[in-house]
Design a protein. Structure first.
Length: 189
């Protein structure tokens, strides 16, 4: 199996599973589409680097999610609402060894035991997750609510038309400390 040095989550990424190597170092098994490979980073590092790569940060995503979901513990995070990239973890995201799931790639859930559930992804991969069926269903519903809320907020942003002659001009004369608004000059015919 190939080992990558870094990775950025994309819309085809289905899951990230933290696992330990024989030397005790945590790596991540990434499931992307039909592929599976190891990344020499923790799931938390991959998630954080993905946000940085997109010009955001994980702390902001967590604050936004807590605002929408009401200050809950272990909230899902939205990487890209337009693409449905909302993720949640099987345990606290700061703890090692967790499983991260892309909510839009969860195809089916079936209980293994009271505290373990088999997650079947959109590409048919089977991942045993140490969470009850009800808890995964709750996280999936929170993710869906977060997704639809952020999509609605983006769609609610008003678009506007820029008209070149409708603005104003700031100017500053030599020696002045402050800017002033320059009035439009009358067009002469």
């Amino acid at each position: 199996m190939s080992i990558r040095t870094s990775y950025i989550i994309n819309q085809n990424t289905e899951a990230m599973v933290g696992e330990y190597q024989h030397n005790g170092e945590e790596m991540t098994r990434v499931i992307e589409g039909k592929e599976m490979f190891l990344v020499n980073e923790t799931p938390f590092a991959i998630l954080n680097n993905t946000f940085i790569h997109l010009g955001f940060d994980l702390e902001g995503a967590l604050k936004g999610a807590k605002t929408v979901l009401g200050g809950k513990y272990m909230v899902p995070v939205c990487i890209n609402a337009e693409l449905g990239m909302v993720w949640f973890s099987s345990n606290s995201f700061r703890k090692s060894g967790g499983i991260w799931l892309a909510y839009k790639h969860i195809h089916k859930l079936s209980p293994i035991s009271k505290k373990e559930t088999m997650v079947i992804t959109s590409n048919g991969h089977r991942i045993p997750v140490p969470m009850s069926l009800n808890h995964i269903d709750l996280k999936k519903n929170q993710s869906a609510f977060l997704h639809t809320t952020f999509v609605a907020r983006w769609e609610g942003i008003k678009k506007f038309l820029y008209e070149p002659e409708s603005g104003f001009t700031l100017c500053k004369e030599p020696g002045d400390l402050n800017y002033r608004v320059r009035e439009k000059e009358e067009k002469k015919e």
